[in-house]
Design a protein around this ligand. Structure first.
Ligand SMILES: *Cc1c(COP(=O)(O)O)cnc(C)c1O
Length: 374
């Protein structure tokens, strides 16, 4: 038996919608399928304005431009995250101030943020790890107190909630990913969510290469031109058509993943007696089953577990390495070491999680983990 870590889910209708997009004769960006997807997110989750992008990385780069991040500005970002969360702001000249995770969750420790705020701080970027919400009330309150912007990197957090508010609807800006490793996917794709109305017009301009082309096509102006900086952040209609087929099936996809997640949780709870930690979902958060992970007691134990599972055909994988210790950033990080981030870098392991995972595969994985610990 070979069980991959991830297998991108296909609804079966992707090529039908792609063919339709092709037949409509306009496959560049900002067409019918792009609008359908954007409207879907605006209506279902109450996001004020949505723009489809070619990736979450691009949506994060748009955030840094929208917030006018300049040389010397400080942006507070968790160290335990994907490189794009930080890179998007570094590209604009920001000094990234890395902060630590919580002891019971890889999410940012909201109690550590206030001490890092200076007169140069412009924004806090939070990452809803595994689709589980950060403590957003505390974070938004800090932002109000110090006049900062909050960006939610909700790459993993589609269809997940904090106190009944959809993730992505709380910060001034938010970003999602539709990379093939995410719950809802189109190969490569992303979404920028703009909740603060002051950014509506400029976001469209940045998206369309620094031109006011979108306003022109709506008939609001009689010619369009170069009005600001920008880039080509919009995906083709082919990607949007693919994404549309996934959105039509979102409930089914989420239900199936949650079933798998619950199976793991129930049947791996015995690991607690070995000191292995299972994911914790706070009272304030929902679980979108983006990921099922374990936190081992040491790096050595994790390495052995991963290689044991690999030897019997199960592909379990570790995750981020602390960004404050990366070769690119370690000489630029002047803060303290970040022990929790280092612990997750060394001990966290992710188990196979995808729609098509079968019950007999789940049973196999769990029984092999039992064998390993016995
Ligand atoms: C996947 C991911 C990204 C990057 O998404 P892309 O669409 O591949 O650019 C960024 N941040 C986090 C937290 C992610 O999980």
């Amino acid at each position: 038996m070979v069980i991959p870590y991830n297998k991108p889910y296909l609804t079966g209708k992707e090529t039908f919608f792609i063919e339709d997009a092709v037949n409509k004769g306009k496959i560049s960006g900002n067409g019918i399928y792009t609008k359908k997807c954007q409207t879907y997110f605006e209506e279902k989750y109450g996001f004020k304005k949505c723009l489809l992008t070619t990736s979450c990385t691009d949506a994060l780069e748009m955030c840094a431009i929208l917030l006018n991040i300049k040389e010397g500005d400080e942006v507070i970002i968790p160290s335990y995250t994907f490189v794009s969360t930080a890179n998007a702001f570094v590209l604009r000249g920001a000094n990234v101030i890395f902060t630590d995770s919580k002891s019971n969750h890889p999410n940012v420790d909201e109690t550590k943020l206030e001490a890092l705020i200076t007169t140069k701080t412009k924004a806090i970027v939070v990452v809803h790890y595994a689709g589980v919400a950060c403590e957003m009330d505390t974070i938004m309150e800090l932002a109000r107190k110090y006049n900062l912007y909050v960006v939610e990197d909700a790459a993993q957090a589609v269809d997940s909630y904090y106190k009944e508010k959809p993730l992505g609807s709380i910060g001034h800006l938010a970003t999602f990913s539709f990379h093939e490793t995410k719950n809802i996917q189109c190969g490569e794709g992303g979404l920028l969510v703009i909740n603060d109305e002051q950014f509506f017009d400029r976001a469209e301009i940045i998206w369309e290469k620094g031109t006011n082309r979108s306003a022109f096509f709506r008939g609001e102006i009689d010619k369009y031109g170069w009005v600001d900086i920008g880039s080509s952040f919009l995906p083709s209609e082919i990607n949007a058509a693919f994404l549309w087929s996934q959105l039509e099936n979102i409930q089914d996809i989420q239900n199936k993943r949650i079933q798998h997640w619950n199976y793991y949780y129930k049947n791996l709870s015995f690991l607690k007696k070995y000191g292995v930690r299972l994911p914790e979902i706070p009272q304030t958060a929902t679980n979108n089953a983006h990921m099922f992970y374990l936190v081992c007691t040491s790096l050595r134990e994790r390495t052995n577990l991963i290689s044991y599972l690999a030897s019997i055909g199960v592909n379990a994988v570790f995750h981020y390495q602390s960004l404050h210790k990366s070769s690119f950033y370690r000489n630029k990080h002047f803060g303290e070491d970040l022990p929790m981030s280092n612990i997750y870098s060394e001990r966290l392991v992710r188990l196979p999680m995808y729609y098509e995972l079968m019950e007999k595969e789940l049973i196999y994985i769990v029984s092999k983990i039992k064998d390993f610990y016995a």
